[in-house]
Design a protein around this ligand. Structure first.
Ligand SMILES: [Mn+2]
Length: 554
C-alpha cells in the first residue's frame, strides 16, 4: 500500500470543515433553529383534538428510525391526553401505509398520522380518506415521480421548505422531536431527544447542523438517562465495562439490537413496547434475537459466497445472488457484507410471500449508482426504489435471467476499482495522540456527513499490557489489538499481516482516532493499514535523538 497525503490541509479544523461542509463558526454553534414547513399546522391539529374529539392511529416503520419515531409520538400524544394507538407495518406485507394496513386500524380511530413513511402512500391515503379519516404525513423520504398523496397535512422537509437553504436532512424521529419541542414540557422533550439521537445515527442521515446538535445533546442525556429501558440497554451493551454510549455504540450496538426484532421476528412493535415498559425480560429477548440475527447473517454470507463460486459470478456487475434460504429481513445486511468482500455491487434476493415473486436488496460501491442501474433494467422489475448506494427491488422469478443479461450489456468492460493507494489527512506522532483526541472531541459526533479525519500516526511503540505485547480478539481470530503509551490500536483483519511482519514492536499506521471508554478512557486508533518501522528508519531516528541529546546537553 502506498500512503499519500490527501491535500494541503494542515489542521484538524480545516479537515473537519472540508469533510462536513460546515465552517468553523458553524461547527462551534449548536443552537440551530428548525424551519420545518407545516410543523405548526400539525401541532395545532394535535392541540385541538380535545375539542374535535379526534382519536389517532399512528403508523410507523419497522426499522430503528420507525420505532424511535413511534416512541416519540407516544410521548407527545400521551402528554396531550389524546386517545391513540401505534401501528407498525410487517416486512412480510411491506413498507409504508398500504391499503391493507388501513383495514387493520381499529374503527374508533378517525385520524391516521404516518411517521417515517407515507410520502408515497397513494393507495393507503386514498383508503383512509374513503373511510373518512383525516390523514397527516410526517416523512423524510423523497417524493415519488407520481406526485403526492392526498393527505390533509404533509411534513417532509425534502418536499416542502420555506427557503431553499433550510436544513432538510432530519430522520423521521428527528422531525418527531421537533414536534415535541412545540407541544411538550422540557422533561418530555428530553425523553424524545434521546430517541431522536438513536434514530439520527442509525438511519445514517448526515450529522450536520440540526442533526449534529440532536446527536451531541442526545448523547449527553442518554449517558445520564433516567429512562429505565435506556438505562437497561446501556448496561447490556457495555457488558463488564463502564456504561457509556457514543455515536459508534449507537451505530454498531444499539441500532442493530433495535432493528433485530423487525428483521428476525418481523415484530418491530415489540421494541416499542419494550421502550415504553422497560421490562428486562423483553430486552433479553431483543438481545437474543440480535445474536440470532448475527448467526443468520454469517450463514447467509457463507451460502452467498458459495453461490458466487458455483455460479462463477466473480466478474458479474452487480453480482446477483438468489438464495431462498435467506430471510427477507437480512438481505440488505448480507448484500452490504458482500460489497465489502468483492468491492463491487451486490444484489441479494430471496423468495417473497407470493409464489413466483422474489425480492431483495441491492448495495453498491462509491463508483456505481445502483438506483440509476436499476432504472435501466426497470422493464424487468415489479417494484424498486432507493438511493445511489442502497435500493430494494422485487421481480418475477422468470425475469431473473433477463435482468442479468441487461446488466451484462450495461456493465460490459467495467473493472472494479482496485487500488493500492491509501489517503490520509494529517500526520502526527503517536506521542501527541491524547492532545489530538482532545481537539477532535470538539467536532464530534462523527459519522455520515461528518467523517473523522484520517491520520498517519508515526512511531507507535507497542508496549506490553497485562503481560502481553498484543492481543488477538474477535470471533474470527483476525482482529489485532496493540497497546501504546496510554493509547491502544485495533486492526480488523490485521493479525495475518502482523505475524508476517514478525510482530513488530514499532509501527507507523494509518487510521482514525476515537476514545475507548471500556475501562479508563484512552485514545484508540482504528487501523486501516500499518507498516513496520524499518531498521534504517530506526537508526536515523536514533541519530536524530543522539544529536538532540547532545544539543540539549550543551
Ligand atoms: Mn427513516
Amino acid at each position: 500500500m502506498i500512503w499519500s497525503k490527501k491535500d494541503e490541509l494542515n489542521t484538524i479544523e480545516q479537515v473537519v470543515s472540508r469533510n462536513s461542509g460546515m465552517t468553523e463558526e458553524e461547527l462551534a454553534k449548536t443552537d440551530w433553529e428548525a424551519n420545518i414547513l407545516h410543523l405548526e399546522d400539525v401541532a395545532d391539529y394535535l392541540r385541538h383534538t380535545s375539542e374535535t374529539n379526534k382519536k389517532i392511529a399512528i403508523f410507523a416503520d419497522y426499522d430503528c428510525d420507525g420505532v424511535c419515531s413511534a416512541v416519540i409520538m407516544h410521548v407527545i400524544l400521551k402528554s396531550l391526553n389524546i386517545d391513540f394507538k401505534v401501528y407498525f407495518p410487517k416486512r412480510g406485507t411491506g413498507y409504508g401505509l398500504q391499503k391493507a394496513y388501513i383495514d387493520m386500524i381499529d374503527e374508533k380511530y378517525d385520524t391516521v398520522i404516518t411517521i417515517d413513511n407515507g410520502i408515497s402512500a397513494f393507495e393507503g391515503v386514498e383508503a383512509a380518506k374513503k373511510r373518512g379519516m383525516d390523514v397527516i404525513i410526517i416523512d423524510h423520504h423523497l417524493q415519488s415521480t407520481e406526485g403526492l398523496p392526498n393527505a390533509d397535512i404533509i411534513i417532509d422537509p425534502h418536499v416542502f421548505k420555506e427557503n431553499t437553504d433550510d436544513f432538510e436532512d432530519w430522520c423521521g424521529a428527528g422531525l418527531g422531536y421537533e414536534l415535541s419541542k412545540i407541544l411538550c414540557d422540557k422533561k418530555r422533550q428530553n425523553v424524545c431527544l434521546q430517541f431522536a439521537a438513536f434514530a439520527t445515527v442509525a438511519d445514517v442521515v448526515p450529522l450536520r447542523f440540526n442533526n449534529r446538535t440532536i446527536v451531541k445533546r442526545g448523547l449527553e442525556l442518554i449517558n445520564n438517562s433516567s429512562i429505565n429501558s435506556i438505562k437497561l440497554l446501556i448496561n447490556e451493551i457495555s457488558g463488564l465495562g463502564k456504561p457509556h454510549v457514543d455515536e459508534a455504540t449507537i451505530g454498531f450496538k444499539i441500532g442493530p439490537i433495535i432493528n433485530a426484532m423487525g428483521r428476525v421476528e418481523d415484530d418491530a412493535e415489540y421494541v416499542y413496547r419494550y421502550f415504553i415498559s422497560g421490562e428486562p425480560e423483553m430486552l433479553q429477548h431483543m438481545v437474543d434475537n440480535n445474536e440470532l440475527r448475527k448467526e443468520l447473517v454469517a450463514q447467509a454470507v457463507d451460502r452467498a459466497q458459495n453461490i458466487v463460486v458455483e455460479e462463477c459470478l466473480f466478474s458479474d456487475v452487480p453480482k446477483i445472488i438468489y438464495d431462498p434460504q435467506t430471510i427477507e429481513g437480512i438481505v440488505g445486511v448480507v448484500a452490504g457484507r458482500l460489497v465489502e468482500t468483492y468491492k463491487s455491487p451486490v444484489i441479494c434476493l430471496t423468495d417473497s410471500e407470493k409464489a413466483g415473486i422474489i425480492k431483495g436488496s441491492a448495495r453498491s460501491t462509491d463508483d456505481i449508482n445502483i438506483k440509476e442501474a436499476l432504472d435501466k433494467v426497470s422493464d424487468h422489475l415489479l417494484h424498486y426504489g432507493g438511493h445511489a448506494g442502497a435500493a430494494g427491488l422485487s421481480l418475477n422469478v422468470d425475469e431473473l435471467d433477463n435482468v442479468r443479461d441487461c446488466f451484462f450489456s450495461i456493465f460490459e468492460g467495467y473493472k472494479t476499482q482496485e487500488t493500492n493507494e491509501i489517503f490520509y489527512d494529517l500526520e502526527i506522532d503517536a506521542a501527541d495522540i491524547s492532545d489530538v483526541l482532545l481537539s477532535l472531541k470538539k467536532y464530534a459526533p462523527f459519522g455520515e456527513g461528518n467523517r473523522p479525519p484520517v491520520f498517519k500516526i508515526n512511531n507507535f511503540k507497542c508496549l506490553p499490557r497485562n503481560g502481553k505485547l498484543f492481543q488477538i480478539i474477535g470471533n474470527d481470530g483476525n482482529t489485532l489489538k496493540l497497546f501504546g503509551n496510554e493509547c491502544q490500536a485495533i486492526g480488523f483483519d490485521a493479525v495475518e499481516k502482523f505475524n508476517s511482519l514478525n510482530m513488530p514492536k514499532a509501527v507507523n499506521m494509518i487510521g482514525v482516532i476515537s476514545e475507548n471508554n471500556f475501562g479508563k478512557p484512552e485514545p484508540q486508533i482504528e487501523i486501516s493499514d500499518f507498516k513496520k518501522i524499518t531498521e534504517i528508519k530506526n537508526q536515523s531516528e536514533l541519530t536524530k535523538l543522539c544529536i538532540n541529546d547532545i544539543l540539549s546537553g550543551l
